[in-house]
Design a protein around this ligand. Sequence first.
Ligand code: ADP
Length: 158
Amino acid sequence: MLKAAFPGSFDPPTSGHVNIIKRASAIFEELVVVIAENKRKNYLFSAVERADMIRELAKDCKNVSVSVCDTLIVDFLKKEGIKLMLRGVRGLEDFSYEFEVSMMNKMLDSGIETLFMTTDPEYVVIRSSSIKEVASFKGNLKGMVPPLVERALKEKYS
Ligand code: ADP
């Protein structure tokens, strides 16, 4: 029961994502970070690149694994026998969006429960889209993303 999945785009993973992964790894027996691969979305990093970065960032959390999912997330969870889905929330705007997604997922599969974990205060304004915007202008991302992600972003935008 105490196995949870933390799905998202992670394009790229940020310090906010890492914060949730580390805190969740201390709560759940197992945590699977699920990298969404939606053919209709344009990602900056491939699923393999995103998965490799998260594996490296979470390497000290022995109960964290990483998978890539190109189906509906509820179908992935069902296939893996996972009943808990974890989502991070930065504020009310996130919550209202996440709440709707969780209702939709409940209608798709009533056996899956969504749990929300609030961000720690220093990560409230960190989102992957803003990170990419700042990186594209060669802005300083220190503290907002881990150093390995900062290096990967510099390479993408060089
Ligand atoms: P985003 O582009 O918003 O970062 P993701 O799909 O990569 O989106 O996010 C995956 C999950 O991580 C979502 O539940 C999202 O709300 C959460 N998340 C994203 N950034 C943060 C953050 N700074 N603090 C806490 N949770 C976050």
